[in-house]
Design a protein around this ligand. Structure first.
Ligand code: ADP
Ligand code: MG
Length: 251
């Protein structure tokens, strides 16, 4: 069973019939989903349910079946020239930070605007310093990633994504590889971002956070969107048995 999930306002992300297979194994089974501009959506579900694959398809980090369509801000996500435009609008933050180890924190944040947007160095640096201050690590700008804690590295990764002024931010379990004492500082930064109007899709196991910040929570299982609703609907009165049993196990 699958649910079609659309929004009444114009969607910045529109996904229709998204199917994805690895060889003979189908990971996503015809997903339909609209995300409204400015919406904060948390995606929850068991390991292996296709959460990462779903969000990686949005900027085509994973290729998907040719009869599926994804549009971001009206641009069709497909191999070719338009993909650079999509990727410039869609920032991504990974579980494993993925910072460039041989570059300072400052350079990590300056790189994409200079390379992709052609921002001049002085402007890129001013912007990067502003963003690093905003995520609470302004004083770490000259350090290398390995000299920072996991929580600080993840905040650099968020600043780096923001430097491109994306319309959409995708987060794939951004706190899952952090020591417990560092989870809060990263969630705090994300909570602040959620109020700024940027569209966010967050794959997370932090149910308390999802309840607080999400406009909508989506529960996935076995490559399908099983149920979606407000945090209150999903956490307090889930309709599907699969959602209930998942929540019983994690809450
Ligand atoms: P989640 O993020 O919800 O844990 P994923 O999207 O990572 O789930 O994976 C969904 C399914 O696809 C899993 O069964 C996983 O084993 C499979 N999968 C993910 N990546 C690959 C790959 N590169 N090759 C083959 N199977 C994969
Ligand atoms: Mg995953």
């Amino acid at each position: 069973m699958s649910t079609t999930i659309t929004t009444p306002v114009p969607a910045i992300i529109s996904i229709r019939g998204l199917t994805k297979a690895y060889g003979t194994f189908t990971v996503l089974h015809g997903i339909d989903l609209d995300i409204a501009e400015g919406e904060v959506v948390c995606v929850i579900g068991p390991s292996g349910s296709g959460k990462s694959t779903l969000i990686r398809c949005i900027n085509h980090l994973e290729p998907f079946s040719a009869d599926s369509t994804i549009t971001v801000d009206g641009i069709r996500v497909a191999p070719g020239k338009a993909l650079a435009k999509v990727r410039a609008e869609v920032g991504m933050v990974f579980q494993s930070f993925n910072l460039f180890p041989h570059m300072t924190v400052l350079k990590n944040v300056m790189l994409a605007p200079m390379r992709v947007r052609g921002t001049v160095k002085a402007d890129a640096e001013r912007k990067a310093r502003d963003l690093l201050a905003r995520v609470g690590i302004g004083e770490q700008a000259e350090k290398f990633p390995a000299q920072l804690s996991g929580g600080q590295q993840q905040r650099v990764a968020i600043a780096r994504a923001l430097a491109m002024e994306p319309r959409v931010l995708l987060f794939d379990e951004p706190t899952s590889s952090l020591d417990p004492e560092m989870v809060g500082e990263v969630l705090d930064v994300m909570r602040k971002l959620a109020g700024t109007g940027v569209t966010m899709i967050i794959v997370t196991h932090e149910m308390g956070f999802a309840r607080q910040v999400a406009d909508r929570v989506i529960f996935m299982d076995s490559g399908r969107l099983v149920e979606a609703g407000t945090p209150e609907q999903i956490f307090d009165s889930p309709r599907q048995e699969r959602t209930r049993s998942f929540l019983r196990a994690v809450l």
